[in-house]
Design a protein around this ligand. Structure first.
Ligand code: ATP
Ligand code: MG
Length: 174
């Protein structure tokens, strides 16, 4: 099945992490490819690398947080090169067909930002092995992903402490 977790509220990446925890318990083979998420700021990576080394984990993208802790907006050629690197990993994973569950974290947002090309992803999706479960996360999922998925959940923003001035906190937001 193809899942899409999108929307502007919190909970997309963490929903995928919840499925990952459940799937590990069921003995499934899992790969996680993160797009546009370079750097070491994401604590789920520590959990996966140290506690679940059997998960085939790949991070792509440049660091979006600079030395001063500021978020870098915009898309550079290097961001796109990293997107290409991520797609090449996904092509290999599909061709080798060694996993039961693959999570492409922030692929939706990366597509809407132009870091990866929607047509390239649709071509890759056509090669998905039928028994492989695939989860696409991130804001602004393109209409084509929404049309072709079997499950879509839209996280709706009702409240977020960010708008009251609370910055992202380790262990809760990243
Ligand atoms: P999470 O990783 O917590 O499940 P997410 O994957 O749904 O969040 P992203 O768009 O990937 O959300 O953004 C990740 C970070 O941005 C998290 O720190 C999250 O708390 C924060 N965030 C999520 N939604 C909002 C929002 N509407 N406004 C500001 N920050 C947000
Ligand atoms: Mg996310």
């Amino acid at each position: 099945m193809l899942h899409v977790y999108t929307g502007d509220g919190k909970g997309k990446t963490t929903a995928a992490l919840g499925v990952l925890v459940r799937a590990i318990g069921a003995g499934k083979k899992i790969a996680w490819v993160a797009f546009d998420k370079g750097g070491d700021d994401y604590n789920e990576r520590i959990t996966i690398r140290e506690r679940f080394p059997e998960v085939n984990f790949h991070a792509t993208g440049l660091n979006r947080i600079d030395e001063k802790g500021k978020f870098r907006f915009g898309v550079t050629d290097q961001d796109k090169q990293e997107g290409e690197r991520g797609l090449a990993i996904v092509r290999d994973l599909f061709a080798n067909n060694q996993h039961d569950l693959i999570i492409l974290d922030e692929i939706n947002s990366s597509t809407s930002l132009g870091i990866v090309a929607e047509a390239d992803i649709l071509a890759i999706l056509d090669t998905k092995p039928p028994n492989m479960e695939l989860i696409l996360t991130g804001r602004n999922a393109p209409q084509s992903f929404r049309d072709s998925c079997d499950l879509m959940t839209e996280m709706k923003l009702h409240k977020h402490y960010f708008y009251n001035g609370t910055k992202a906190r380790p262990g809760i937001d990243y």
